[in-house]
Every structure is written in C-alpha cells, then in structure tokens.
Design a binder for this molecule. Sequence first.
Ligand code: NDP
Length: 268
Amino acid sequence: MTDRYAVIGHPISHSKSPMIYQAFAAQTHQDMSYEAIEAPLDGFKATIERLVSEGYKGCNVTVPFKFEALKLCKQLTGRAQAAQAVNTLFFRDGAIFGDNTDGVGLLADIEQNLKCKLLFKKVLLMGAGGAAHGVIWQLFNAGVTITVANRTVEKAQQLVSEFAPYGTVIASSYEALAGKTFDVVVNATSSSLADELPPLPEGLFAPQALAYDMMYGKQTPFLKFAAEQGAAQLADGLGMLVEQAAEAFFKWREVRPDTAPVIARLRA
Ligand code: NDP
C-alpha cells in the first residue's frame, strides 16, 4: 500500500513541499504520496489526530504550528528538544514522534552547497522566532560564535538564555550592532515577507561575508542591502528548504535523495 505523508500549515497553498517530496520519491523509487493540508488555526491537533487515525506515516509542520506540534509528541529527538519546535512528525503505533530538520538544512546549504565553512566564524542570527530556534543548536555544532539580534530584544535574550549552555552566544538590539562585523549574517526573521528590512547598521559585513536570507522566491530588501554593503556571497533559503526536506525524507524512508537536481529544478 502507498505510504501517505503531508505538510500541515496555515496558509499552505504556496508550499513547494509536495513538489520536492514527489521529486525525491521518484528519484529513489519510493511508493509514497505527499500532499499539502491546510489546518484551521484552532484545528492543528484535530488534523494530526485525523492523519494518525487514517494511517498516515508522518508529516511536516510549517508556520504557525511548529511550537504546537512539539506539545503533541510522545518523544523528541535531541535537536527538536533543543529547538523547542518541531517540523517533522513520525506516526508509529498510534504515537507521535517529533524531529526538527531546519538546522541540518541550513548547515547543509551553507557548508555543502555554498561551500562556506562555518568553523570559528562569527555569525549574526537575526530573529528569535521558530526559524531561529530551529537552527541555533546546529549552528553551535558547527563551531561558531553567535549574536542574536531581534526587534523585540527580550525574545533574543530569552533565546540566548536557553542556549547559553551550548556555546558563546549574546543577545543584541539592532542598534547595538553598530561597529561590529560578522562573517555570516542569517536573516531568520519574517521581515522579507513584508518587504521590510530590519534596522541594520552599515558596515556589518566582514570581508568574504555570506548574507543568507531564509526567505526564497523573491529579491529581498535584506539581500539588496547586503549587496550594497559589499557582502561577498548572497543566498536565499531555497537550498535550506530542499535540504531540510531531504533530512526528513531520509528519516522517514531511510534513503537519502540527491538534492542538487531538485534545487536546480525549483530555481528554473
Ligand atoms: P516567527 O513568526 O516565529 O518569527 C518571526 C521573527 O521575525 C520574529 O523574531 C520577529 O521579531 C521578526 N520580524 C518580523 N517582522 C520583522 C520586521 N519587519 N523587522 C524585524 N524583525 C521582524 O517566524 P519563523 O521564525 O517561523 O519564520 C521566519 C522566516 O523564516 C519566515 O519568512 C519563514 O518563511 C522562513 N523560514 C524558511 C525556511 C526555509 O527552509 N527556507 C525554514 C523555516 C523558516 P519580533 O520577535 O520582534 O516579533
């Protein structure tokens, strides 16, 4: 019988996940289906319960349900536990298990696809929401020092206090970044969705710096600013999207898909 999977979000019609997973399944000859399901804002739990009862094998979770998904899990992977957010669910014998593949996806894109080695680098992580939570632990594993800047500074401070045991991390306002430089600047805010630029000071990018926007599919104010400020390398989040999906696919199906042709197809 064909194994069923889905992505749950609100809204969800824009999602590229069905296209990505269908490409992975065809490439690796997996008998599986994958669909996008929009859950009502107050109906995430009921939607997951329906999928479990109908025999689905798992699902991905996207905005705004990643924190809610965590609460439904019987067991979490270490990286989901650290992130306190879940983007991948497994259903086994009526129980729900949670993982978070966002951090692995970001690292694979930066280190493998973009050939930017992170060890000893100074990273500025902008944002303190679900995406920032999802990637910060994995960034520590790559051996970087991290500054977290957020519009609401208290949320950056909260995130930093959660992750302080793992490595060097400080919280900052955008204004307090003046005079500092970074090797890698990751925009994990949703500012690009609204075509806005967080109030970044000038002179932020070190020589050879990478500017990375998790948003994809359009020219963002952040990447435009980074280009004007002389960042050496610019990247959007499409590679991360495909890489985090590949990690979830590997966990579900125990076979690792080749991401390069899928990224190329989406870019085309
Ligand atoms: P959340 O809603 O959880 O968090 C949003 C964050 O953005 C908060 O830190 C918020 O600050 C900040 N923010 C929003 N608007 C502005 C603004 N105009 N200026 C400065 N800061 C702003 O969202 P997520 O963390 O889940 O997602 C963030 C982005 O990352 C989304 O665009 C999402 O699509 C993308 N993403 C991409 C992935 C990929 O695979 N490429 C994977 C996951 C996410 P405050 O706390 O002050 O409100």
